[in-house]
Structure formats: C-alpha cells, structure tokens
Ligand binder design. Structure first.
Ligand SMILES: N[C@@H](CCC(=O)N[C@@H](CS)C(=O)NCC(=O)O)C(=O)O
Length: 204
C-alpha cells in the first residue's frame, strides 16, 4: 500500500501514527505528495489533492484520516482503535469530535499563515486564535477523562496531532495556563510513533 502524506500535515500524521502503532511499516510505503501546486502529478493519484490518501493494494484510493485509520486498524483482524462498548462509545465519539474540531480550526490557521503576508486575513487569524484558546481551556478541563488517560485511541491521537501544530504556528501558545495538557502532551509526544512523525520545526 502507499500512503501519501506531507511532512507537516496533522491529518496525515494521524494516519502515520496508526501505521507505526499497528506495526505496518513494511506494508505501507510513505510517500511525500506535492500538494497545493498547479498541475501537481499528485492530482492524478488523488484528484482532491489532499493528504492523507491511502492507495490500497487493490489500487483503490481512500481519503479522510479517520477512514484510513479504520482501514489500517482492521487489516490484521485485531483492531485497537474501534469504539469502546456501550455508553462509552458516545464519550469516545464526543472526545474525538472535540479533538477534531480543534484540529480543523488549527489547520485553517496554519493554512492562513502560509499565504503571502498581504493575502492573510486578520479576521481569520484572530478568529482561529480565539477558537484555539477556548478549546485549550476545554481540553485542560477534559484531559483527565478516563478515555484520554487510558489505552491510546483516536481522540488522543487527534488531540496530540492538533497540539503538535505549535511547531507550525508560532502564535499558537496553548501551553501557558494549561499544565495538565502540557503534562499529557509530553507523555504522548514521547511515544516512538509520535516522535517519528513530529512536524518539521517541532521540539522533539
Ligand atoms: N478531513 C481531511 C482533511 C485533509 C486535509 O485537509 N489535508 C490538507 C493538509 S493538512 C491538504 O491536503 N491540503 C491540500 C489542499 O487543500 O490542496 C482528513 O481528515 O484527512
């Protein structure tokens, strides 16, 4: 299989973490795609131009980090990241959605600062900075949830990939006033799967 990524994409990082956590390195070739480039050859592989994209062994392409993670997780018939049973499934979904919400906002922010200075929208920058502050407060309160402290799951992976964007967004400063989140992030970032996939610029 081929997993198309960019080194700085937090969505691609989620899939790369799952590749490593599931020990799939020998089955999944990681390939850097040229995104956001006119006429990129990558558009012939994935017309949306987005990463991650997994090209399965049968040639079928899968988009969306959550879909790719579920596919990779089920390859060995022993999934590690399925939802827990009963009411806990709703808690897992709720936490994963909050983590993805933070990630989606930070991705918009990160994209905005890659634009030429005179094309950046101060309104967007301010909106996303404020959203990130509210969500860092939310996670400081939520990080002791048993699902965030127990076995690795997609809510944890997604949140860690979101917080890791501090390496790409200089004004993202979620650490001050969030000691529990700092401690949680420090531990998850030390896992080999996270250390190996840290975005360029990250302190590892
Ligand atoms: N919802 C998608 C988001 C993927 C996404 O937005 N990827 C960005 C990189 S962080 C991308 O490929 N952007 C290139 C483009 O927009 O052309 C997922 O979870 O995989």
């Amino acid at each position: 299989m081929k997993l198309y990524i960019t080194p700085g994409s937090p969505y691609a990082r989620i899939a790369r973490v799952v590749v490593l956590e599931k020990g799939l390195e020998s089955r999944v070739e990681i390939i850097a795609a040229q995104t956001r480039l006119a006429d990129s050859p990558y558009y012939g592989i994935n017309p949306s131009g987005r990463v991650p994209c997994l090209i399965r062994d049968d040639g079928v392409g899968l988009e969306e980090s959550a879909v790719i993670c579920a596919y990779l997780d089920h390859l060995d018939g022993n999934p590690a990241f399925d939802l827990p049973a009963g009411d806990q499934a709703w808690e897992a979904r709720r936490l994963e959605a909050s983590a993805r919400s933070m990630l989606d906002g930070l991705a918009v922010w990160g994209r905005e600062i890659l634009r030429p200075q005179d094309e950046r929208s101060p309104t967007v920058l301010q909106h996303e900075a404020q959203r990130s502050r509210r969500l860092a407060d939310l996670w400081e309160a939520e990080i002791d949830h048993p699902l965030m402290r127990g076995a690795l799951n997609l809510a944890q992976i997604t949140l860690a990939c979101a917080l890791g964007l501090e390496a790409r967004i200089p004004d993202l400063r979620w650490r001050p006033r969030h000691p529990k989140l700092c401690d949680w992030f420090g531990r998850i970032a030390a896992r080999p799967s996270f250390a190996a996939t840290a975005p360029p610029g990250a302190r590892v």
